[in-house]
Ligand binder design. Sequence first.
Ligand code: HEC
Length: 215
Amino acid sequence: MLARLRQVWGTVRTTPADRQAEFRRWRKALRWTEIEAADLAHGRVVYMKTCGVCHMLHGEGGTIGPDLTGSNRSDLEYLLSNLLDPSGIVGRDYQTTIIVTDNGRWIAGIVKHETPTSVTLQTPTERVTVPLDDIDERVLSPQSLMPENQLAQLEPEAARDLVAYLRHPTQVRLPELREQRGFRGSEGGESSGGGATEGGRRPGLQPNPSKNGLF
Ligand code: HEC
């Protein structure tokens, strides 16, 4: 069974009905009209916190997952399918291997290097080399190393800003500290004049200082 799993290109799962509903909900929430109200600079901050540990974008970020710069990220459907169902399609290079060692330790990660005597796994937090002699069991997991439900764990406006930033073709400037509230970060275009832009934002889409900890 495992041998067969390894032969096929990655793992493709069928999408259950509740996931279809999730897709519909987010597709609606992230329509272009909403995206245009988005704060790209804030999106970059959300990206760095949420995705940057694992993914490179515009030359910034980690290398655990694929570099997203040249991906199909301008396509909302592409982003949604990866974000809502990370384990749906996992490329062979990024499949998760689970190793159980003789002394009962579990390590889940992507195989980065193998020698005749050891295997090196990249976990979400570290790179671990395990001697083959210490391995009790080794299985390929259909589960992606990428966490599920990341969008749902964000404040709605943070999710919107993140997706707008991901879809944006080029890097944007980080928010400036003096613009902590009410800024609209678009490539150095508008900047906030005191609290003036606050009123221009859509009601219900204000950054929430207490909850997402970004402000
Ligand atoms: C713990 C590490 C980790 C985090 C955090 C993470 N990802 Fe991933 N991501 C991965 C891995 C590993 C893959 C490759 C396996 C897969 O397709 O699931 C991946 C795949 C993807 C892909 C498909 C890329 C391709 O070329 O196939 C996209 C798009 C993506 N991630 C976006 C994101 C976004 C956006 C975030 C932040 C909300 C994020 N990821 C957070 C690890 C992570």
